[in-house]
Design a protein around this ligand. Structure first.
Ligand code: ADP
Length: 449
């Protein structure tokens, strides 16, 4: 039976994003919320709402038993997990499906494989994706590690198999540090992820982060929707994303996109996914695959005109993809600014009451946010409060419009990263698209003086 009511297992702007796609398809929504989010916009707009626990995410948005009970009590026939929280938890996906509720996401076995970085890398290699040279799987033996590192050449990076969020990584410049750094990486990984397994890769000096959006119907049909350049990062957190990447030619996009789509076809992948690469001197190197919708998905929507959440829901409902590869064209340019409630200089979080709010508007301006005047930003969750996504026919036009839109945005009562974005959009390297994943941190260091 077709999906009629979706439980949205998330909060904030992404919960709203899913609600909007569902309502446009005539599907009802059920919001879940912690006691800290009673007054949140995602709760106000949903057709029904269920409280699932106290403020800490471990007791609410990560509370599987309470979320499943909410889905049952509210008679939901599907669950959309959004991003973060339980979105890449294979066990949760299995539990949802075991309750005869549709999981709006990839097959649990694919979530599991891609969630283990060693298994993911091996699978990616088998599927024909280009890899960063490195150890063949996990390394525990120091002699073997020395051989691998000598083979690929220093510097190398030691990474935790269960790592995530940029944690559990050590750059090693020379052989005499290898053993110590492997021990450190292993014990940090054990403490953070309960798993000391590490592997070794060549450390790329100055790459860009370029990721491809893919979609599969679970039956062997798959497409790609081009790339996003997310090189502007602070502490491995993306700050501003754009599509297309300023450095790829249409030929390179098509070639790499087809490699990704073919890989997903072979895998029988279902739903939305993102294949992340580092890119240096014209070469792509797979780093990981995210088996969910990404924060930055709207830039892809802007240049392709495809509603990615609608596609996710359709696929979970057993329908085919609504577009074929040759119907997808990449037109114009889009940039997303992540707006956080934080000090634009120290990056200290700035939760509290929003006393005044005015969203930017006008042609080709999209604001995804649950903000309103009088809303209290709770201190318990991620500090991202809005995404400003701007489209233009050209990159220059997009940047001019983005500057204009940032001037219009007003958020009072809390500090935000709006001034940081305004400053970034005055930097020559950003204007010319000449930046790597190191650029932002280096610029911030200079700014500090
Ligand atoms: P996580 O899952 O923790 O986010 P990733 O493998 O995606 O880990 O890597 C996170 C970031 O670490 C990358 O975006 C990049 O900035 C850096 N990184 C990872 N692997 C390498 C590498 N081989 N060389 C240089 N930088 C790397």
């Amino acid at each position: 039976m077709a999906i009629r009511r979706i439980l949205i297992a998330n909060r904030g702007e992404i919960a709203l994003r899913i609600h909007r796609a569902a309502h446009e398809m005539g599907i009802e929504t059920v919001a879940v919320h912690s006691t800290a989010d009673v007054d949140a916009m995602h709760v106000r707009l949903a057709d029904h709402a269920v409280c699932i626990g106290p403020p800490p995410a471990t007791e609410s948005y990560l509370n599987v038993a309470n979320i499943i009970s909410a889905a049952e009590v509210a008679h939901c026939d599907a669950v959309h997990p959004g991003y973060g929280f339980l979105s890449e938890n294979a066990k949760f996906a299995e539990i949802v499906e075991a309750h005869d509720i549709k999981w709006i996401g990839p097959k649990p076995e694919h979530i599991r494989t891609m969630g283990d970085k060693v298994a993911a890398k091996q699978t990616a290699g088998e599927l024909g994706l280009p890899l960063v040279p490195g150890s063949d799987g996990a390394v525990s033996d120091y002699d073997e590690a020395r051989k691998v590192a000598a083979g690929i050449g220093y510097p190398v990076i030691i990474k935790a198999a269960s790592g995530g969020g940029g944690r559990g990584m050590k750059v090693c410049e020379a052989e005499d540090q290898l053993e110590t750094l492997m021990q450190q990486a292993g014990s940090e990984a054990k403490a953070a992820f309960g798993d000391a397994t590490v592997y070794i890769e060549k450390y790329l000096g100055d790459p860009r982060h370029i990721e491809f959006q893919v979609f599969g119907d679970g039956n062997g049909n798959a497409i790609h929707l081009g790339e996003r350049d997310c090189s502007l990062q602070r502490r491995h957190q993306k700050v501003l994303e754009e599509a297309p990447s300023p450095v790829l030619t249409p030929d390179e996009r098509n070639r790499m996109g087809m490699i990704c789509a073919d890989a997903m076809q072979k895998m029988g992948y279902r739903g939305a996914g993102t294949i992340e690469f580092l890119w240096e001197d014209g070469e792509f190197y797979f780093i990981e695959m995210n088996t969910r919708l990404q924060v930055e998905h709207p830039v892809t929507e802007a240049i392709t005109g495809v509603d990615l959440v609608r596609e996710q829901i359709r696929i979970a409902d057993g329908k085919p993809l609504s577009v074929e590869q040759d119907e997808i064209a990449f037109i114009g340019h889009a940039i997303e600014c992540r707006i956080n409630a934080e000090d634009p200089f120290t990056f200290a979080p700035s939760p509290g009451e929003v006393t005044y709010y005015h969203a930017a508007g006008g042609m080709h301006v999209r604001v995804d946010s649950g903000l309103y005047a009088g809303y209290r930003i709770p201190p318990y969750y991620d500090s991202m409060i809005a995404k400003l996504i701007v489209y233009g026919r050209t990159r220059e036009g997009c940047i001019m419009r983005l500057r204009r839109a940032l001037e219009e945005m007003v958020v009072e009562g809390v500090k935000t990263s709006i001034p940081l974005h305004q400053e970034l959009l005055r930097q020559n390297d950003v204007l010319s698209g000449d930046y790597s994943i190191k650029w932002l941190e280096e610029w911030l260091k200079e700014r500090e003086g």
